[in-house]
Design a protein around this ligand. Structure first.
Ligand SMILES: Cc1cc2nc3c(=O)[nH]c(=O)nc-3n(C[C@H](O)[C@H](O)[C@H](O)COP(=O)(O)OP(=O)(O)OC[C@H]3O[C@@H](n4cnc5c(N)ncnc54)[C@H](O)[C@@H]3O)c2cc1C
Length: 394
């Protein structure tokens, strides 16, 4: 064990002896863990971390779990932890870091992402939601769509147009929006699985203090891209163990049902097993790159292959199960706290995986990013890039 790792183990033990998980209130425990720098150890001192390598995080989490410590239910705050937090850390003022990071990490404040609109998805820079300055506040009007978890969220990251006279990428500003504002109206959108994981969100005269602007006025595109790069890594780039995730589910079904095997299915399984392993090892490499800086466009490639492999494997799982795969346990509309991908049946997985090639950037858009920013191929023709946003036909 490295000296850094042993020192961390010592700190965790010291923390646990001062805060008995069995008798400490869970919220107090989590706040104290944040203050001790044992929340996300790669974050700076004073911001929930100790400025250490990300690679030490799993061991810290394991030690806390083994001691029966409360956890921050990271599965219900993926957007907060994976996307909002790194963006706030990079662009936030000291006051914003003080105000938002701790309740975000402890799970006291769940976050959602108010980016996509009916007319701005792949072309996010086309956002039409307006934010107009009024004294110390901004007044926001518009409609967002596909907002995952908005029904549980206390806060949102929001991209809005603050200047329509300049080309689309330059007139955007990034805000931290309080979802309890009376002008925020969240309505469920039911998806193919029967659930309503996401929502449409109507913003009517929502007031956002200027102190909740993240980055400079007009810097929204740059800040949003930092979020999107983190999103792709969060969706596709998690370090996994061999046969973890969808490949593990399908391999288990294969091993348990010899009667379902055919040579064709065997060939498909072997091919996808190899693809999954290559993706997993690429994820390890990406993790090492991440440990040394911010995620770059390489996260797009990981997310791209994750979506393809997950969809193919969930299709193979259905084929393997034959008629049983056609059963669907529950199609009632619920508004879930989180996506329970592995807790549900094969039919759910098959349908939910369809969204993987849309959420966090469609596979077509990710191919463009890989082509242009990783491989250096000539860029797509973009006709509206230099015209003021207000003059672009829509
Ligand atoms: C499960 C799920 C959860 C989501 N959660 C959120 C969320 O929490 N917050 C949020 O803001 N958004 C969320 N989204 C929205 C998601 O980011 C958008 O759906 C996505 O960016 C695509 O935008 P769009 O739906 O407007 O499709 P469009 O942009 O209209 O695209 C339609 C089709 O055209 C293709 N296309 C578009 N432009 C090009 C091009 N230049 N080259 C080649 N092909 C192109 C696309 O690939 C796609 O196939 C979620 C989506 C899903 C499915």
């Amino acid at each position: 064990m490295s000296p850094e790792a042993s020192e961390l183990v010592r700190r965790v033990a010291e923390f646990l002896s001062a805060h008995d998980p069995a008798t400490t209130d869970p919220a107090d425990f989590l706040r104290a863990r944040f203050d001790a720098g044992l929340a996300w150890v790669a974050y700076p001192v004073g911001r929930g971390g100790l400025g250490l390598s990300r690679s030490l995080q799993p061991e810290v989490d394991r030690l806390f779990a083994a001691a029966g410590a409360p956890d921050n239910r990271s599965e219900v705050n993926g957007i907060g932890l994976g996307m909002a937090a790194p963006t706030i850390l990079r662009y936030g003022t000291p006051e914003q870091l003080d105000r938002y990071l701790r309740p975000l990490w402890t799970g006291e404040e769940i976050w959602c992402q108010l980016f996509s609109e009916p007319g701005a998805g792949s072309d996010l820079a086309a956002v039409a939601t307006r934010a107009v300055r009024d004294g110390d506040d901004w007044v926001v009007n518009g409609q967002k769509v596909w907002t995952s978890g908005a029904h549980n969220a206390r806060m949102a990251i929001l991209v809005a147009r603050t200047d329509g006279d300049v080309p689309k990428h330059r007139g955007l500003t990034y805000f931290l929006c309080d979802m309890t504002d009376p002008g925020v109206d969240v309505r469920p959108l039911r998806q193919i699985t029967g659930e309503a994981e996401f929502n449409e969100v109507f913003l009517t005269d929502v007031r956002i203090p200027d102190t909740q602007r993240l980055g400079a006025v007009g810097q929204g595109w740059e800040v949003a891209n930092a979020t999107l790069n983190n999103e792709r890594v969060a969706i596709g780039g998690r370090a996994a163990r061999r046969e973890e995730g969808m490949i593990g589910v399908v391999a288990k079904t294969w091993r348990e049902h010899p009667e379902l095997r055919t040579p064709d299915l065997h060939g498909d399984l072997i091919k996808l097993w190899v693809d999954s392993e290559v993706a997993r090892l690429t994820g390890v490499r990406l993790g090492q790159k991440l440990a040394s800086g911010q995620p770059g466009p390489e996260g797009a490639a990981m997310k791209l292959s994750f979506a393809r492999i997950n969809q193919q494997l969930s299709g193979l799982e259905l084929q393997l199960l034959g008629a049983d795969g056609l059963r669907y346990s529950d199609w009632t509309m619920v508004r879930p706290e989180r996506v329970d991908f592995f807790g549900r049946d094969a039919g759910y997985r098959y349908l939910r995986a369809k969204g993987n090639s849309i959420e966090g950037g469609t596979s077509e858009i990710l191919r463009n990013i890989v082509a242009e920013r990783v491989l250096g191929l000539p860029p797509e023709h973009r006709v509206d890039k230099d015209i003021p946003w207000k003059d672009v036909p829509r």
